[in-house]
Design a protein around this ligand. Structure first.
Ligand code: SAM
Length: 258
């Protein structure tokens, strides 16, 4: 079962909301982690399997595993990536033995872990000595993820006390690297990964927010009809009319298992 209503949506709804950013971000994270042919790799918090597909392309389905607490995402990940060892579970309690993988990656997940430090320790535990742990999360605090900055700016015009997402782990500079170091990883490095997504028009941007996916979609569903209209128009006022492309910056860090 999903661990929270934020990720109870069907895989296709996730695809339209955040999943359109996943392919380029997954490729950038896999590059940063140095995932290559012959390695055994784990996708933690796989969602419907966007990063999993990138790992499969690099090393083959028989060497890739994936895990997520949301059953419908695990099913979609398995269907989209035949041959992958896809399981239900959480980062904090990974269902694999010590040293199983050459690399463990988590794309846009650390901010949703109940205990991010425990999740990072578990990723290190299931990775062999000398292997790599790498994670990324959107830059929320300095507004580098344009789609979410646009939305939360409009929400705060209606609800100035809204917490938004800027207290989630990994959303500020250096936080992921600090956690990797606390977990005992060595040679920790990090930086930013910037990708973009294309939108046909404003409706293509707005409609996915109405599908109750992730913290933004759940927050929107909690507003009354007038507030939702105000948020929609607040977003529209920040965006161009026609087709547009939005940049999205993520913080990432990688480390080596001692
Ligand atoms: C923003 S989505 C990212 C999905 C996918 N990695 C991607 O980049 O498209 C966050 C994912 O984290 C999962 N998740 C939430 N809590 C988790 C936990 N404690 N351990 C592992 N995954 C978790 C959610 O079910 C969801 O699939």
């Amino acid at each position: 079962m999903p661990d929270s209503p934020q990720f109870a949506a069907p895989a296709e709804h996730y695809d339209r909301f955040m999943g359109r950013y996943t392919p380029p971000l997954a490729a950038a994270l896999a590059d940063a982690a140095g995932v290559r042919e012959g390695q055994h790799a784990l996708d933690v918090g796989c969602g419907p399997g966007g990063l999993t597909a990138e790992l499969v392309a690099r090393t083959g389905a028989e060497r890739v595993a994936a895990v997520d607490p949301a059953a419908q995402f695990v099913a979609a990940c398995a269907a989209r990536n035949p041959g992958v060892d896809a399981r239900e579970g959480t980062a904090e309690h990974l269902p694999w033995d010590d040293g199983t993988f050459d690399a463990a990656l988590a794309c846009l997940v650390i901010g949703f872990m109940a205990d991010p430090d425990q999740g990072v320790r578990e990723m290190a535990r299931v990775t062999r000595p000398g292997g790599t742990v790498a994670l990324c999360m959107w830059d929320i605090q300095t507004g580098g993820m344009t789609m979410l900055r646009t939305f939360w700016t409009a929400v705060r015009a209606v609800r100035p006390d809204s917490a938004g997402e800027d207290r989630r782990a990994g959303t500020w500079e250096g936080d992921i690297a600090d956690r990797l170091e606390r977990a005992g990883l060595t040679e920790v490095t990090g930086g930013t990964l910037t990708v973009s997504a294309d939108y046909a028009d404003f409706d293509d941007f707005w409609q996915p927010f109405t599908l109750a996916v992730g913290p933004a979609g759940v927050a929107l569903a909690g507003l009354d009809a007038d507030e939702q209209t105000a948020v929609r128009e607040g977003c529209r006022a920040q965006l161009p009319d026609g087709p547009f492309s939005l940049d999205a910056r993520a913080w990432y860090a990688r480390g080596t298992v001692a």
